[in-house]
Ligand binder design. Structure first.
Ligand SMILES: Nc1ncnc2c1ncn2[C@@H]1O[C@H](COP(=O)(O)OP(=O)(O)OP(=O)(O)O)[C@@H](O)[C@H]1O
Ligand SMILES: [Mg+2]
Length: 357
């Protein structure tokens, strides 16, 4: 007996496009299903030629068919969407809007957590990456936005070197271990510094943000550039619902700069969630975070010890929270993620974004 078409389609509905995170059946990516002697042949149309996800589809289809009665094997081929098909897909992903409309597409209940500080090198990027993984471990669907256009180190820390996929004018973030990452660094050649200024920069960020398809995520963690420059102000305007975590080092000296970041947050209407002290320990001491939190009248969300392993794991592209979840610093970061999660309802969020469900 041949397997039923319904059973085949039901099985294929469990095959998820790893980047778009929706069933291939729903994305109209399946073509030419035929059955002969229990062998199902089908074609999956990819968004772009040379898509790196063929393996994943192959494995998923195999798993999907494993339990379908009367399926004895399958033959999967790939082809590429036509421009018209891509356009239809883009419209579908935009929730019906055919044209690009300068709306930042985040689910209405998605939290935006901006990790900021007043000066460089305090551990913003390390914390952003590790907090993202911590949220993921807490069961959240996570996006990470590397908005530090002068530094862009997050792809390296997370070990994500795969480029985003562009479907027409929509940018689909690469995914690794369930994290979606978007970095402006993906669009730059090598390490050349970015020289945009003022309105041009704002426009570039806006375009970048509105063209990114985040899909269903619960939290977006944003690595902010240091200081109170144009980028921060622009991001504040583009992501008005962002809540800010200010990172500081334990020394007294770092406070003035961090408090500048805090006043930036207030200027741009972002809600201040609290302070994280990073690199606590014998070398730099402790107390800067506490003092800054008191000064800003916000909670100290936690202290992350100075830990050589944290740096090594960042260099290796496997952040400590993923690699050594039992280490003291990983646990400190997970506790901070929990503290942020618990502070969900506290305080009001100014101005909300236009939303797409
Ligand atoms: N708790 C820590 N213990 C040990 N090393 C750390 C810790 N936090 C960060 N580092 C290391 O300090 C360096 C700077 O950290 P990171 O790049 O995260 O800071 P940043 O604030 O993003 O810097 P920038 O302003 O240059 O973007 C990195 O080498 C990182 O691995
Ligand atoms: Mg950084």
């Amino acid at each position: 007996m041949e397997p039923s078409r319904d059973a085949i389609l039901a099985a294929l509905a469990t095959v998820i496009d790893p980047e778009l995170r929706r069933p291939v059946t729903e994305l109209d990516m399946v073509r030419d299903i035929e059955v002969a002697d229990g062998v199902v042949s089908l074609t999956i149309v990819l968004t772009i030629a040379g898509c790196p996800l063929r393996d994943s589809f192959e494995k998923q289809v195999e798993a999907a068919f494993a339990d379908v009665p009367d399926v004895r094997g399958f033959s999967l081929s790939f082809s590429v969407m036509t421009p018209e098909e891509r356009q239809a897909l883009t419209t579908k992903l935009r929730g019906g809007a055919a044209e690009r409309d300068n709306v930042i597409r985040l689910p209405s209940d998605c939290r935006v957590i901006a990790v900021a500080s007043g000066k460089g090198g305090v551990g913003k990027s390390s914390l952003t990456a590790n907090l993202g993984i911590a949220f993921s471990q807490l069961g959240k669907r996570v996006g990470i936005l590397d908005a530090d256009i002068y530094g862009h180190s997050i792809p390296h820390i997370l070990g994500i070197h795969q480029k985003p996929v562009a479907v027409d004018e929509m940018i689909v973030p690469p995914v690794k271990d369930d994290l979606k990452l978007m970095s402006i660094g993906f669009f730059l050649d090598g390490n050349e510094p970015v020289m945009w200024r003022g309105p041009m920069l704002h426009r570039a960020l806006e375009q970048f943000l509105t063209d990114v398809h985040w899909g269903e995520i619960d939290v977006l963690v944003v690595d902010m550039p240091p200081g109170t420059g144009d980028v921060s102000i622009s991001l504040g305007q583009l992501l008005p619902r962002a809540e800010v975590v200010v990172v500081t080092t334990p020394q007294k000296l770092a406070q003035d700069v961090a408090s500048r970041a805090a006043s930036m947050a207030r200027k741009t209407n972002m809600r201040l969630l609290g302070v994280v002290e990073n690199m606590t320990g014998e070398i730099f001491g402790a107390g800067g975070g506490e003092a800054l939190a008191a000064q800003l009248d916000v909670p100290l969300l936690g202290q992350v010890p100075l830990d050589a392993l944290l740096r090594e794991q960042g260099d290796a592209g496997v952040p400590i929270v993923a690699a050594y979840p039992d280490s003291e610093s990983a646990q400190a970061i997970v506790a901070i993620a929990e503290a942020i999660d618990a502070r969900r309802e506290a305080g009001s969020i100014v101005k909300s974004l236009p939303l797409v469900g």
